[in-house]
Unconditional design. Structure first.
Lengths: 344, 280
């Protein structure tokens, strides 16, 4: 573990200096919201932010990604044979990512990198990524990372953690990837005891007033069918518009669709984020649809996150408590309330 | 890194129109790279993604048996974009196959047991694979009595008619072929729905495993017949269908409860299904 102190101005210069080693992504203000953007000449990062509206999952798992390319030209001896589309696996660093969003990568890793199958694209994007987190001095009202096994300064899933000490950052490496990042980050001074103490204070101060960790046990002890048939789903689903905002913004929603797109005689097989909120998600060719009702789709989302995942992986909930779905749901459906209903 | 999304390139080697409505065709595929055939080692009950560049992929049960070498076969109903395109393809055309995917019928449990196969309509494909596999000389002794109930709407809608006739003639397999109705005066087999014929012909659940594959309505009415015969839910085996994309339990759409039909299935026992929500 290495700890260094950077003044905020020096930190920015350091990041710019890293552009030869990494594609550096930083939070940028765009309109009313923040978004992760590539740090280029003239890009102004804004680390005085709460969180990005869209989670940074797309940096490892793009919203649309070309899987394969192929020729449909009959004259081409290789026609109709799929070839991998080249992808950029050069090192990238996501600087300023919040601990909840780093935790989310650990959660979805269970899906994309499991003992039976490894998703080659997710795995290689993830392996080329260094997560440089920024602890949350002031978590927002919709945050509940502490309930989901994380915390405003939680180190799990991060390679480096930054403490905002006002004029300076204390920058702490947590993994080999993090150590490597910090060794390339020029400048900074060794962190003295006083700074380390203030960092620790920040961390305990931020967690004050945040929710207690939620145990999986009350949900684990119930059968899938008991929860599935519970009477509260009708109320939970009542206001839902099936707009899919929750699944789109969620850092732990991983479902995708695969589509072929053709232009002239050239085609690509592409995967796109998908959403269990849409009826097409489960529509059979025959016309049969096992989840053709709104209630079934709303129930699926919560059951997947709070029950199926829990049972399947023994690794907590499929939620990092970032609070985006709570903050942006147009009809105020609140996963914390659903968790409570399911736990009662 | 191994890429589970990359199909093996194959060539269409033969196309047989199976049914009189011409909506079901059997496609025989040959691997372009011969070593891929070994990599595609499969067990009856599994499925694969048929992959047509420019159109997409569809999950289809494997209709050939691993005892048949040199090709793999799939019987495809013309339903949507990919299957309709496939129906218009011709011998020699190149496409892809990705698999084998999913689990298979419980062959280890079936050894030393009587096997009852119940199929309806065009869901007979992996059952065909299973029958061919079981009656193969090297395998037949592993199983006791094999009884097959197979029904379709009318005689012209039965799949694999030549093979059905050949199995009829064998004395190591009992066939109960049936149709919902027919105006053919020469029809020499049964007339009646699959559950009814099952009730009449299958007299014992003794030391037996039942494999059921068919449209939901057939499964719904066959289930109580089998339970009445004394089949416990652990020995009633079903194969399910779902909309799928990845086929390897990652893309998230084909779940029933915490199980993915593509990876944990498509084969489930009724006992397993009773623990899961009825969302299929």
């Amino acid at each position: 573990m290495t700890e260094k102190i950077f003044t905020k101005d020096a930190w920015l210069e350091t990041l710019q200096g890293l552009s030869g080693d990494y594609r550096v992504f930083i939070p940028v203000k765009d309109g009313d919201f923040h978004v992760f953007r590539l740090l280029e000449k003239g890009t102004r990062p804004d680390f005085e932010y709460q969180n990005t509206r869209l989670s940074p999952k797309g940096l490892v798992y793009p919203q649309s990604e070309r899987m394969f390319e192929y020729s449909l030209d009959e004259k081409d001896p290789e026609s109709n044979i799929l070839k991998e589309d080249p992808k950029d696996y050069s090192s990238q660093a996501v600087v300023g990512i919040r601990p909840c969003d780093a935790h989310a990568f650990q959660i979805v890793k269970q899906n994309f990198d499991n003992p039976e199958y490894r998703d080659p694209w997710w795995v290689q994007h993830f392996e080329s990524t260094t997560l440089v987190g920024l602890g949350c001095n002031e978590p927002c009202a919709t945050c509940f990372c502490t309930a989901m096994g994380g915390g405003p300064f939680d180190e799990k899933g991060l390679d480096v953690l930054l403490y905002d000490l006002g004029e300076t950052y204390l920058v702490k490496s947590l993994t080999d990837k993090g150590k490597d990042f910090l060794s390339k980050a020029e400048g900074g001074e060794t962190a003295e005891e006083g700074k380390r103490k203030s960092a620790a204070e920040l961390s305990s101060e931020a967690a004050k007033g945040m929710p207690e960790p939620r145990k999986v046990d009350p949900i684990r002890e119930k059968t899938i069918n008991d929860l599935f048939e519970a009477p509260f789903w009708e109320n939970v689903a009542f206001a839902c518009l099936n707009c899919g905002t929750c699944t789109f913004l969620c850092p732990t929603c991983w479902c995708f669709d695969i589509q072929d797109e053709v232009q002239g005689k050239q085609g690509d097989r592409i995967r796109n984020w998908d959403s269990c909120m849409f009826p097409l998600f489960t529509l059979h060719g025959s016309g049969h649809n096992p989840r053709d009702q709104k209630l079934q789709r709303v129930r699926q989302r919560f059951m997947h996150k709070l029950k199926y995942y829990v049972d399947k992986y023994d690794d907590g909930f499929q939620c990092s408590g970032c609070g985006r779905c709570v903050a942006f749901c147009p009809v105020n459906i609140d996963i914390r309330e659903v968790l409570q209903l399911m736990s009662n | 890194m191994e890429n589970p999304y990359l199909p093996y390139p194959v060539r269409i080697d033969d196309i047989v129109t199976e049914t009189e409505d011409r909506n079901l065709k059997t496609f025989k595929f040959v691997f372009l790279n011969t070593e891929d055939e070994e990599k595609f080692a499969y067990t009856p009950g599994q499925f694969a993604e048929l992959s047509i560049p420019g159109k997409g992929e569809i999950p289809i049960g494997i209709a050939s048996s691993p005892t048949e070498k040199g090709f793999v076969a799939f019987t495809v109903n013309k339903v949507g974009l990919v299957s309709s395109h496939l129906h218009n393809m011709k011998n020699g055309d190149v496409m892809g196959i990705r698999g084998p995917l999913g689990n298979w019928y419980p062959w280890e449990d079936m050894e030393g047991k009587n096997v009852v196969i119940i199929g309806g309509g065009f869901a007979f494909t992996t059952l065909r694979s299973s029958i061919v596999y079981m009656v193969e000389a090297e395998n037949r002794a592993k199983f006791k009595d094999i009884r097959v109930v197979y029904g379709a709407r009318n005689p012209g809608m039965l799949l694999y008619r030549d093979e059905l006739a050949a199995w009829e003639k064998r004395d190591d397999i009992e066939m109960y072929i049936t149709v919902d109705g027919t105006d053919d005066p020469d029809w020499k087999y049964n007339v009646g729905f699959v559950p009814t014929i099952t009730e009449q012909k299958i007299t014992s659940a003794d030391n037996a495993i039942a494999i059921v594959c068919g449209p939901p309505i057939m499964i719904k009415f066959t289930q109580p017949v089998l339970e009445k015969l004394g089949f416990p839910p652990e020995r009633i085996i079903l194969s399910l269908e779902m909309r799928m994309k990845c086929g390897i339990g990652i893309c998230g759409r084909c779940n029933i409860g915490d199980k993915y039909v593509c990876k944990d299935g498509p084969v489930f026992s009724l006992a397993e299904l009773k623990e899961l929500p009825p969302e299929y």
